[in-house]
Ligand binder design. Structure first.
Ligand code: GRF
Length: 200
């Protein structure tokens, strides 16, 4: 496999999106490091299982968002990563990371942004009664779930859906879409100008 770009993946949860990146046959990116704010994150076990180094940077060890972000930034820089992929990372990072990796931090969010930003996106879509929600992959900027949109997939909301069933259907799309976007980014096929993202 030709490695095009070295990435660090940040994850707080079970890490199924990390797994999709690990399993992608020709990702075109090397996961150099996995960082979690939670020692119990399933993502850490997934990294260990395939020999990817991981670090835990606990939110509670730091007195401010800036200090927390600087600690994570230090780990990312020491790993040699050229880009940062957020995969269910549930902490907001401060501007220091965005400044160091401008237009090189990607996030995946379980709604069609700008609808339903924040940590409760799937429940908010259900509560609102939308008929279609989905997945957004975007560059991270200084506002939460706001940066330039790289790719989106629509997912129908079906009668009888609950949080688990809808999130499961969204995750099927996430696991297909994120490796494709990360790979295209790694191959230099994604260009950002202001809010506009152009694919080659
Ligand atoms: C995903 O639904 C992602 O969109 C959101 O957090 C979830 C992480 O899931 N940001 P996993 O840990 O990758 O399974």
């Amino acid at each position: 496999m030709e490695v095009v770009i070295k990435i660090a993946v940040l994850a707080s949860g079970s890490g199924t999106n990390l797994q999709a990146l690990i399993d992608a046959p020709d990702l075109g990116a090397e996961v150099r490091l996995v960082v979690s704010d939670r020692p119990d994150a399933g993502a850490l076990g997934r990294a260990e299982a395939v020999g990817i180094p991981s670090r835990v940077v606990p939110w509670g060890d730091f007195g401010s968002r800036t200090e927390f972000t600087k600690a994570i930034l230090g780990e990312i820089e020491s790993s040699g990563a050229e880009a940062v992929v957020l995969a269910g990372f549930m902490r907001v990072l401060s501007e220091e990371l965005i400044a160091a990796y401008r237009n090189r931090v990607l996030n995946i969010h379980p709604s069609l942004l700008p609808a339903f930003p924040g940590a409760q996106a799937v429940q908010l879509a259900l509560d609102h009664g939308v008929k279609v929600t989905g997945v957004t992959v975007h560059f991270v900027d200084d506002e939460v779930d706001h940066g330039p949109i790289i790719a989106q997939r629509a997912v129908p909301v079906l009668p009888g859906d609950d949080l688990a069933s809808l999130h499961a259907r969204i995750q099927v799309e996430e696991h297909d879409l994120y490796p494709k976007v990360v790979g295209a980014f790694g191959r230099g096929q994604i260009h950002v100008e202001g809010r506009m993202v152009r694919w080659e």
